[in-house]
Design a protein around this ligand. Structure first.
Ligand code: ADP
Ligand code: ZN
Ligand code: MG
Length: 493
């Protein structure tokens, strides 16, 4: 059997992703119940509509429609002037109505692109459509105290607004699929449509994958993989499936079109259902909701809410502030972090100070953020605090070393300079104190002093470092160097 690398010259992998994202609305899709189901007691966020009681009538959640349109606009989709909702019928215990209200042939958004970077290259992949639908309830399987297995139904999630983003089969490798997902999640977070959290189930992905011989005009039979709950799991599942299909084709077998489930602990996919067992959802127009007219003023209103999107912001920040692509990508990963950077640095000007700010954010602030378990969008300092810190560093009022010591001790809303004063960590502007520390160092390190005087001038680095240490990091390196050179010269002579 050829090695995996050789297989990539024989076969091409084709991937298209279907993403379900929970929309950040307060209430559910077709009723007024709270959509915050995560921490609620089971079956407390329910009403006749989301319980599917006979005769209850749905009312469309306008905020959900707007989030879906916002997503479509962010992806350069077409917004047709009219769309409708459809019933998707199937039977399952977590679906009390016996159908989901979704969209079939006339979705809210059609076509479009996602721009993303993968393997150091800027790519774009087609979007087929974006539509709204509702979530199902949840089943909790457990063993009761008497040892019997039972399944409990929690309908708090029933009717929670979801958006489905169907991607074109434009992706060509598992890594590219992962990078597409990361970029899509970032767009949804930037526009505030969804938290995009895979762990919380607010961002779920079904991955379709097929393999064909290079040069084949037709795609191969596609396998849909379900049950991945991390980006890594999507990539691993796709890689497993890519290799399984390649092996089948090499052995002269055909790949069956089917749905398979990813088993995380075993690192494999297993068959779930074949094409013959596929559901017939008997879609038909939802009779309880009229078709929805999406007029130009509605689209314009939503378009006005569109922020600068990640790909654009990434390249603009790189160009404006003279940062590298990786730095710009890190700084713009979260919209709120990019906001802090731009607000603290101000309009583009001096590239050196922009870089200092970027480094403080990416190393120290993000480090402290992780240490404190803060969410990725929340830095430990706000823009005003960071601006004050950068100003103090630039003016020499704080040494970098002292600033690192002050940083974790700054209280909420406190100016870093005030914190440094409180902690007695402001730079020593008192020459006498620096001179005293230099004298102590010179007395304590005669060998380094002799080296320096003997012509090994690099030895001064050690002496400067020791002096700074003696001042608790408060002496500025330039001041210490000047005083030290002065002392070494004078005492020599
Ligand atoms: P279905 O009729 O099963 O819903 P669609 O054609 O609507 O299939 O596609 C569903 C998803 O599968 C889309 O994301 C699409 O990009 C992807 N897809 C379709 N055909 C293939 C294929 N041959 N290989 C990989 N992905 C595919
Ligand atoms: Zn309800
Ligand atoms: Mg389809």
């Amino acid at each position: 059997m050829p090695a995996p690398n050789d297989l990539l010259s024989v076969f091409e992998t084709v991937i298209g992703l279907e993403v379900h994202a929970q929309l950040l609305t307060k209430s559910k899709m077709y009723c007024g119940c709270s959509a915050a189901y995560a921490d609620a007691e089971p079956n407390t966020h329910v009403c006749p509509v989301c319980l599917g009681l006979p005769g209850a009538l749905p009312v469309l959640n306008r905020a959900a429609i707007e989030y879906c349109l916002l997503t479509g606009l962010a992806l350069d989709a077409e917004i047709p002037p009219a769309c409708k909702l459809d019933r998707k019928n199937y039977v399952y215990p977590d679906l009390p109505k016996g159908y989901q209200i979704s969209q079939y042939d006339l979705p809210l958004c059609v076509g479009g692109w996602l721009r993303f970077s993968s393997g150091g290259e800027e790519r774009r992949a087609g979007i087929t459509r974006v539509h709204v639908e509702e979530d199902t309830g949840r089943l909790v399987h457990r063993v009761d105290p008497g040892g019997a297995e039972e399944s409990l139904v929690d309908l708090n999630r029933s009717g929670v607004p979801l958006m489905e983003i169907v991607g074109e089969p434009d992706l060509r490798s598992p890594e590219e699929a992962r990078d597409y997902l990361i970029a899509l999640r970032q767009v949804l977070r930037y526009i505030g449509a969804s938290t995009g959290s895979m762990e919380d189930g607010a961002f779920r992905c079904d991955a379709n994958v097929s393999v064909r011989r290079i040069g084949d005009p037709e795609f191969g039979a596609k396998v849909e993989i379900k049950n991945m709950n991390s980006f890594r799991a999507v990539e691993r599942a796709l890689r497993f499936e890519q290799e399984r299909q390649q092996a089948a084709l090499l052995a002269g077998e055909t790949v069956a079109q089917e749905t398979r489930g990813w088993i995380e602990d075993r690192g494999i996919t297993v068959p779930q259902r074949t094409k013959e067992q596929a559901h017939d959802y008997r879609y038909f127009p939802e009779p309880d909701l009229p078709p929805l007219a999406v007029d130009e003023s509605m689209v314009a209103g939503v378009r006005a809410r569109l922020p600068e999107l990640p790909a654009t912001r990434r390249s603009r920040i790189a160009a404006d502030y003279g940062l590298g692509p990786n730095e710009a990508a890190l700084l713009t990963e979260e919209r709120a972090v990019a906001d802090v950077f731009e607000a603290a640095v101000g309009p583009p000007g001096d590239a050196a100070s922009a870089r200092v700010a970027a480094n403080w954010i990416m190393n120290d602030l993000v480090g402290l953020q992780r240490q404190r378990g803060l969410p990725p969008e929340t830095l430990p300092l706000d823009a005003d605090q960071l601006r004050d810190l950068l100003a103090a560093l630039a003016a020499g009022e704080l040494t970098a070393r002292a600033a690192k010591e002050v940083l974790p001790q700054i209280t909420r809303g406190e100016r870093p300079r005030d914190a440094a004063r409180r902690l007695n960590l402001l730079s020593l502007d008192d020459d006498a104190a620096v001179r005293a520390a230099v004298d102590e160092t010179v007395a304590a390190f005669p060998a380094a002093v002799a080296d320096y005087r003997g012509g090994k001038t690099a030895a001064i680095g050690r002496l400067i470092g020791e002096t700074i240490k003696r001042t608790g990091g408060r002496a500025r390196p330039e001041t210490v160097r000047a005083v030290m050179e002065d002392v070494l010269r004078k005492d020599n002579g």
